[in-house]
Design a protein around this ligand. Structure first.
Ligand code: PLP
Length: 433
């Protein structure tokens, strides 16, 4: 690969100078501002399979993929033509459409536990609505979540808590009254005993446990078998529901979801990201008796002007159809395994200590020698070194998530050439640290 010159970022910098005059930090979602690694973000101009092209014409191997949705890569022809076809009919009606029925049926085929489901506009809406339904169904208020799991930005879900013991919520964000977070109990991930203790103390007040079955949002962390068993059994013993937040893992790690790989039998499941094929979408659903709480059938109100939007539904349905008919999972998994092996070998060769966690086509290179099994261990990573690595990789036109605590993704469009490029870039990047 030779010496990498610094990228031309002239147009991106000029756009950022304008953007900060209208928008906080110049971005519409915080991580895009690159605050945790420093430097300037590129402004994207287009995408092409495994590649993203910025406004200065730099072409990067894209390992962000819109933070997960683009499992088929950018502008997959079947997804593009499905959206074009929908567009020719109309953009939104506020009346039910055939596509919504098709998408719901496709989701049910993949996840038979979705006896009833509803489409919404984002993952945040999906988790927020699922928790409301769980509270309505159980008549209880408290919610258990795990440190380092992200479930969107609803007030009562923006809570992580201090380490170790059971903590009654203190909000993570300004603007969330302590009262709003008071019903959220936050526990360490991968700690079945903490779950048992929380239920022993407050079991009759807990409506639900919400969990990322494989975590992507503190970087990739996988559950121990003991933790998975506890998730399946402890809430149920106390009349509480299990909510699997598969907004990231759904259709990412397997066609039938992370729940199928882990043997989890959630009462409710949340989806998003891939289900919208790159357009805004979310979905939540599960047991028919629980979903019978949802208006207009039941007393739990949940609505959306653009829910089931025809363009989002067309993109999602086309994506699911390609996934169902081509089963790209084994091939993406092989690519991801080869990539992670290559990254580890590159780090070893440079004497850089890393731990790589991977499930299917999502992975994180943690700059620590210890196993990463929860938020505490993830936080022991050397984030400064990660930041330097991020920039060394980007100079070599590899676009990684700009935070140690995020998952990187591969798509079906990443071929041998792209994998080889990333590994070669990593060899130089690790050596340059
Ligand atoms: C992305 C994500 C969300 C939030 O989805 P948005 O569409 O960004 O609101 C919720 N849960 C998990 C696990 C996610 O990865």
């Amino acid at each position: 690969m030779g010496d990498s010159k610094d990228l031309d970022m002239t147009r991106s910098r000029a756009l950022m100078a304008r953007a900060v005059q209208t928008t906080p930090g110049g971005v519409n979602s915080p991580v895009r501002a690159l605050r945790s690694v420093g430097g300037d973000p590129f402004f994207a101009a287009s995408g092409e399979g495994a590649w993203v092209i910025d406004v200065d014409g730099n072409r990067y191997v894209d390992l962000i993929l819109s933070w997960g949705p683009l499992i088929l890569g950018h502008r997959h022809p079947e997804v593009v033509s499905a959206v074009r076809a929908a567009l020719d009919h109309g953009m939104s009606y506020g009346a039910p459409t055939e596509g919504e029925v098709d998408l719901a049926e496709a989701l049910q085929r993949a996840m038979p536990g979705l006896e009833r489901l509803r489409l919404v506009n984002s993952g945040t809406e999906a988790t927020m609505s699922a928790v409301r339904v769980a509270r309505g169904f159980t008549g209880r208020s408290k919610l258990v979540k795990f440190e380092g799991c992200y479930h969107g930005h609803a007030d009562f879900l923006l809570v992580k808590a201090g380490s170790g013991a059971l903590t009654f919520g203190a909000p993570d964000s300004a603007g969330v009254p302590a009262e709003f977070a008071a019903h959220t109990i936050t526990l360490p991930y991968n700690d079945p005993e903490a779950l048992v203790r929380a239920f022993a103390e407050a079991g009759d007040q807990i409506a639900a446990v919400i969990v990322e079955p494989y975590v992507g949002n503190m970087g990739v962390v996988t559950p121990t078998p003991e933790f998975a068993i506890a998730l399946n059994t402890v809430p149920r013993q106390h009349g509480a529901l299990l909510i699997c937040d598969e907004v990231m893992t759904g259709f990412r790690v397997a066609w039938h979801g992370a729940q199928s790989l882990l043997g989890l039998t959630p009462d409710l499941t949340c989806l998003g990201k891939i289900v919208g094929g790159g357009l805004p979408v979310g979905a939540y659903g599960g047991r028919a008796d629980v979903m019978a709480m949802v208006s207009p059938v039941g007393p739990v109100y949940q609505a959306g002007t653009l829910s089931g939007n025809p363009l989002s539904v067309a993109a999602g349905l086309a994506t699911l159809r390609v996934l169902e008919s081509t089963d790209p999972y084994p091939a993406i998994e092989r690519s991801a395994a080869r990539l992670c092996d290559g990254l580890k070998a590159a780090a070893d060769a440079a004497g850089v200590v890393v731990t790589i966690n991977r499930i299917g086509s999502m992975f994180t290179v943690f700059f620590t020698g210890e196993a990463v099994t929860d938020l505490e261990s993830a936080k022991r990573s050397d984030t400064k070194m990660f930041g330097r690595w991020f920039h060394e990789m980007r100079r070599r036109v590899v676009s990684l998530p700009p935070s140690q605590f995020e998952a990187a993704f591969l798509s079906a469009a990443h071929g041998a050439a792209e994998i080889d490029h990333v590994i070669a870039a990593a060899r130089e990047a690790f050596a340059a640290l």
